[in-house]
Ligand binder design. Structure first.
Ligand SMILES: Cc1cc2nc3c(=O)[nH]c(=O)nc-3n(C[C@H](O)[C@H](O)[C@H](O)COP(=O)(O)OP(=O)(O)OC[C@H]3O[C@@H](n4cnc5c(N)ncnc54)[C@H](O)[C@@H]3O)c2cc1C
Length: 317
């Protein structure tokens, strides 16, 4: 059980672009933020290689390096960055309680949630082997690397359909692997895919293995789940678009969420349904899911936390 107690003005959960940006703004506003990194310090971008679409890096940057830069900038203004995982929260009182690693309780006047989301993968060994070397879970992030090449994409929902049409503008050919014999995507999205000449749809088809030369992807071995017939499709890029899981189990029955578990924030704001609790980044964004949008909403969360505290102090005075 909890031994130590600590009270802070601003507690930030998560160390991706949203959490670190919130920390930079909160620290500069003198909120003396404490940030818990979770088990993936730096967040999702530490799992990728080149990031070429974040402004300020004209030559691109490695994901690890970029998040190291974010961390240093947050630290420079005095953020107290700690390795620790939030295991439970209690937002029922006037101050918010957060338990770290099942042991230590921290109370906070404001909490900024930036716990992100996790891309769903197929679970193939070869998928992890070539992750960042031809395998990606983000067409908008990595499609550019496969200009005029042949690629494959797995998925049949609206996101997969949208990503397939995005890739089709860049790639020579897009092979879309659909597990069932029809699409889950909306009629409008299906129409777009079916009317894009360089997308070939392979129905009842699943990936068995991603094939490569040890360094990069060279193809995907697929099988028809009705006939069990196998074939090798030569591609240099393999995109997985089967969805994301927001990291929100902690907030179940406490914060408002949509049917997919994304936190709901007030329109044009990062405010949740609980006063003093803000959410930013991928944990509340199922649409854009980019580092720059995560960072932007992290800035919003810190500014809103600062204004919330100022209004509270003003009301007391
Ligand atoms: C392979 C890949 C490549 C990508 N490439 C690009 C790209 O090139 N350009 C681009 O703009 N975007 C890219 N993205 C998307 C981008 O990474 C995300 O949009 C961005 O990281 C979201 O930032 P975030 O801060 O919301 O969350 P995340 O980066 O997901 O960070 C979440 C943080 O929360 C922490 N956390 C979770 N639960 C807890 C808890 N209970 N307690 C404490 N901490 C917790 C985690 O440890 C982590 O630090 C890519 C994503 C992937 C997966």
């Amino acid at each position: 059980m909890s031994q130590e107690n600590e009270h802070v003005k601003c507690l930030i959960i998560g160390s991706g672009p949203a959490g670190y940006t919130a920390a930079i703004y909160a620290a500069r506003a003198d909120l003396r933020p404490v940030l818990y990194t979770g088990i993936v310090p730096g967040g999702q971008l530490t799992q990728t290689t080149d990031v070429e679409n974040f402004p300020g890096y004209p030559d691109g940057v490695q994901g690890q390096q970029m998040m190291e830069d974010f961390r240093k900038q947050a630290e420079r203004f005095g953020t107290d960055i700690r390795f620790g995982y939030i295991t439970s929260v209690d937002f029922s009182g006037d101050v918010h309680k957060v338990v770290v690693d099942g042991e230590k309780t921290v109370t906070a006047e404001t909490v900024i949630i930036a716990t992100g989301a996790t891309a769903k993968w197929l679970g193939l060994e070869s998928e992890q082997k070539y992750n960042g070397f031809g395998v990606s879970a983000c067409a908008v992030c990595d499609g550019f690397f496969f200009r005029k090449q042949d690629v494959a994409i797995v998925g049949a929902g609206d996101t997969a359909a949208e990503e397939a049409t995005y890739l089709a503008k860049l790639a020579n050919k897009v092979h879309m692997l659909v597990r069932r014999d029809d699409f889950r995507a909306s009629k409008a999205m299906q129409h777009r895919v079916l009317n894009t000449p360089n997308i070939e749809i392979h129905y009842s088809t699943e990936a068995k293995e991603i094939v490569g030369d040890g360094q990069n992807v060279t193809g995907v071995l697929v099988y028809n789940n009705q006939t069990l017939e196998e074939k090798l499709i030569p591609v240099t890029g393999f995109f997985v678009a089967i969805g994301h899981k927001p990291n929100t189990e902690l907030f179940q029955d406490i914060l408002d969420m949509d049917t997919n578990g994304y936190l709901i924030t007030k329109s044009g704001s990062t405010r949740t349904n609980i006063d003093g609790v803000f959410a930013c980044g991928d944990v509340q964004d199922h649409i854009y899911r980019q580092a720059v949008t995560a960072a932007g909403s992290g800035c919003m969360a810190a500014l809103e936390a600062e204004r919330y505290l100022a209004a509270k102090e003003h009301a007391i005075a």
